[in-house]
Design a protein around this ligand. Structure first.
Ligand SMILES: Nc1nc2c(c(=O)[nH]1)N[C@H]1C(S)=C(S)[C@@H](COP(=O)(O)O)O[C@H]1N2
Ligand SMILES: [Mo]
Length: 315
């Protein structure tokens, strides 16, 4: 199934939205997190009606990186997806083998209502377009218009218990198609984790598309995580399992190189990776480097999650 829908990023906001609605939505912005946390705006059709609707434009300045959007061609040909090889151009070709139907996500662990939910039911969630910066720990970055829904919307449905402190994510294990899993680059399957409050944060997205189209396989079809204030490797692709857990879960890169990759992995220009300075980055398509922003520019929204924490020790 291929969705193609007009996207807010391709037009000015006041072109794609009736003026009155645009203005009332602007005033909603002032409502801040409370208004934002409500999720899909009543009246917006779901992705199921994709052929006929506008993706609702975003509601908070943080959801729209004010930098130029990276060309789709770059974002779909320069990838990290080690299940399909370690070269940047490997996934664009190799991930054609990935089968995204049928596809289910198991949500289990410390929840009152564990579920197994199919991708086509996830596509009925109310979708938003979010234009986020993506910063890889290797020192490059992009600006990508994602289509998806807040992870919080999904987690609320399973009713996390009081024991749930962290969320663990898992990528599909399928060495026949994900041939990179036949070599010991990482201890497969790729796993990631967030603290529950990070997972519930309104900026944290489950993305099913980008650039107004269904998620390309190389970008983590049919559904991947996007956590814009953390290094890109936290944004785990092709997710099949989400577990609410008591203890901090293992993460793929921390397990492989604990000295280089911590659990939190918040973008931080003051804490260098042993092999790469994090002070600056190169936006894909640019010649010169730019300064890296604390929390990738989302500090106003997320710094409070870490108040009192030593960000150097908790890298
Ligand atoms: N399962 C899985 N998820 C993954 C990776 C991976 O190798 N396997 N690479 C990560 C890294 S290092 C980055 S920078 C982003 C890249 O996402 P993109 O290719 O959509 O830009 O995906 C992340 N998610
Ligand atoms: Mo990365």
């Amino acid at each position: 199934m291929l969705f193609k829908f007009p996207t807010a990023s391709q037009a000015r906001e006041d072109e794609v939205t009736p003026r009155a609605l645009f203005l009332s939505r602007r005033s909603l912005i002032g409502g801040g997190a409370a208004a934002f946390a409500v999720g899909g705006m009543a009246g917006w059709p779901s992705l199921a009606d994709a052929a006929t609707f506008q993706v609702p434009t975003t509601r908070k300045p943080a959801d729209v990186a004010m930098d130029a959007v990276t060309p789709m061609k770059s974002a779909t040909t320069y990838n990290n997806f080690y299940e399909f090889g370690t070269g940047k151009s490997d996934p664009a070709d190799g991930a054609k083998a990935l089968r995204t139907r049928p596809w289910e996500i198991v949500i289990d662990g410390e929840v009152a209502k564990p579920i197994t939910i199919g991708i086509d039911d996830l596509l009925k969630f109310s979708m938003e377009e979010r234009i986020y910066r993506l910063r890889c720990v290797e020192g490059w970055s992009m600006v990508i218009p994602w289509v998806g829904f807040p992870l919080a919307e999904l987690l609320k449905r399973v009713e996390p218990t009081a024991n749930a402190k962290y969320v663990a994510f898992q990528t599909l294990l399928d060495p026949e198609r994900m041939y990179g899993q036949k070599s010991w680059v990482l201890n497969w399957p790729y796993v990631e984790g967030l603290r529950l409050d990070e997972a519930m944060h309104p900026l944290t997205l489950m993305a099913v598309g980008m650039y107004g189209e269904t998620m390309p396989n190389q970008n983590g079809a049919p559904i991947r995580l996007v956590v814009p204030w953390k290094y890109g490797f936290k944004s785990i692709k092709s997710v099949v399992k989400i577990s609410l857990v008591k203890e901090q879960p293992p993460t793929a890169w921390n397990r492989s190189q604990p000295r280089e990759y911590g659990f939190f992995s918040n973008v931080n220009p003051d804490v260098d990776h042993p092999r790469w300075s994090q002070a600056t980055e190169r936006r894909v398509g640019d010649f010169s480097r730019r300064k890296t922003l604390p929390f990738n520019g989302y500090g106003e929204d997320v710094a409070s999650l870490y108040s009192g924490m030593d960000l150097r020790a908790n890298f």
